[in-house]
Design a protein. Structure first.
Length: 482
């Protein structure tokens, strides 16, 4: 074959690949119009880079085998029973719509009789988890996105090993990418030798092969700890020191955790079971059946409901739940998130809520560990301020807590950020609850963050330089691609 023939063949292959990528971008279901347009522009303007980029990042796919296994497990797992009294109370409140929508995501219903304790100090939260694990009698189930072999991470690993040695069935999931320092450390081997059943979540293996079968950056971002089907922990915190030694210049990481007792713990158990079995762990569905029979424990009066989302589950479920909760606000809406890159649905929900007179507040970190996300976040400031949203940038560290409090009555907390990764790429877990007392405690915490923040004004945004504004808008334009 001559050089000319090689060049012609290469050009034809590139054109064929470009047509393939364009058709996939146009015809793939569950894609926002802005994402389609962004991909079309990139593929047409930069054919080689665009085609390669689409191959690696264009579709939110796991391997076909993983998708089938996950779907079969999710369909077969028993759900905890509903609570008619809680359902009636929620349906008669102004916040019926968010709970009704949340019920469609995992077929989990709001349940009453729950008690919760709020932890705003990361070290105290780790101490509380360790105390609960040390008191475990039957099972300990833990899933974290980031688990570091630092002080708190080591303490937690040693506690898991202690529990396994005394006969407790301990199962651990740690995201293969986020917790790679832990899964490759002697602590991981120590836990396994002690009898802990430890699995990496969404293992990467051969990076090139994984890229060809799906996306490497689809991650398990959940934070779940369930003990004896009685106690569950949920929030934003990873298994690490607040100093977060892998990114110390952004420290301290400021998180929030909640400790739950009551029926909602069985819903957390359901999420762990679905993740555990999808990764090849043993069948833990009998624990869910046992949990369904344990319906008499009602240590409190909080109505709560678990929401678990992910790229193989209901499309855009988390953003829809956030948007519905935002729309339900009548007097006040206060949000904290470390990463704010909304899609159109969420952005318009915020803008319309502020415009109809709801006191709408957004708290984000002033210093972000992702320069790209920080720039994209600030590109929305002008529109938010113009609509009446109050924006505060938290100064003392990286505010990592994800909270949404409505009217002093309803709150959603958990692992999900208000960004496209949480909406489309990550497995997330949140808890939506109706309780004025716990919401009041979270509002007090949010007010504490606001007191340590700098308010962003129209003058602040007007003072951004032209290159800075260009970078911010470019980052926002690129976000649908990532």
């Amino acid at each position: 074959m001559t050089l000319y023939q090689l060049e012609v063949t290469g050009a034809l292959l590139l054109v064929a690949a470009e047509i393939w990528a364009l058709l996939r971008a146009m015809l793939r279901p569950h894609r926002e119009p802005e994402s389609r347009v962004a991909w079309l522009v990139v593929i047409l303007m930069f054919p080689v880079i665009g085609v390669l980029g689409y191959l690696l990042l264009g579709e939110t796919l796991l391997s076909r085998e993983r998708r089938r296994r996950g779907a079969a497990i999710d369909a077969a797992l028993p759900r905890p029973p509903g609570d008619m009294a809680a359902h009636c109370q929620v349906s008669q409140s102004p916040y019926a719509a968010p709970f009704a929508l949340a019920s469609t995501v995992n077929e989990l219903e709001p349940g009453g009789g729950n008690a919760a304790r709020l932890f705003t100090d990361s070290n105290a939260a780790i101490d509380g988890m360790i105390a609960d694990i040390d008191s475990a009698r039957d099972t300990v189930h833990l899933c974290f996105y980031i688990w570091l072999p630092d002080n708190n991470g080591t303490r937690l690993a040693e506690t898991m090993a202690r529990a396994a040695r005394r006969g407790v069935r301990v199962r651990v999931l740690a995201d293969a990418l986020g917790s790679r320092l832990m899964t490759s450390s002697p602590l991981w081997r120590m836990m396994r030798e002690a009898g802990v059943e430890a699995l990496p979540a969404l293992p990467v293996g051969n990076v090139l092969w994984t890229m060809l079968r799906g996306r490497v950056d689809l991650r398990n971002h959940r934070k779940v700890l369930v003990i004896d089907n009685r106690i569950a922990w949920c929030g934003s915190q990873n298994a690490a020191d607040p100093e977060f030694r892998i990114k110390p210049r952004f420290a301290p990481w400021v998180d929030i955790m909640t400790r739950w007792e009551g029926p909602v713990t069985r819903q957390c158990q359901f999420l762990f079971a679905s993740d555990w079995m999808a990764e090849g762990g043993d069948d833990v569905s009998p624990l869910l059946i046992d949990a369904c029979e344990e319906t008499d424990e009602r240590p409190g009066d909080i109505i709560a409901q678990v929401i678990g989302t992910g790229p193989t589950l209901t499309y855009a479920a988390m953003t829809a739940c956030f948007a519905e909760l935002i729309h339900s606000a009548r007097r006040e809406l206060v949000i904290s998130t470390p990463y704010f890159v909304p899609d159109e649905q969420l952005l318009y929900a915020l803008l319309s809520t502020a415009r109809r007179g709801v006191d709408t507040v957004l708290i984000v970190p002033a210093r972000n560990d992702s320069r790209f996300v920080a720039a994209a976040c600030r590109s929305y400031y002008h529109a938010l301020l113009e609509a009446g949203v109050k924006i505060h940038e938290y100064r003392p560290g990286l505010l990592h807590a994800k909270t949404m409090a409505v009217d002093g009555q309803v709150t959603m907390i958990g692992s999900a950020n208000l960004d496209r990764r949480s909406f489309e790429l990550n497995y997330e877990n949140n808890i939506l609850f109706l309780d004025p007392a716990l919401t009041s405690a979270i509002r007090a915490t949010q007010d504490h963050w606001i007191a340590q923040s700098v308010p962003i004004t129209a003058a602040t945004v007007a003072g951004y330089s032209l290159p800075r504004r260009l970078w911010q808008n470019l980052a926002a334009m690129m976000s649908p691609l990532l």
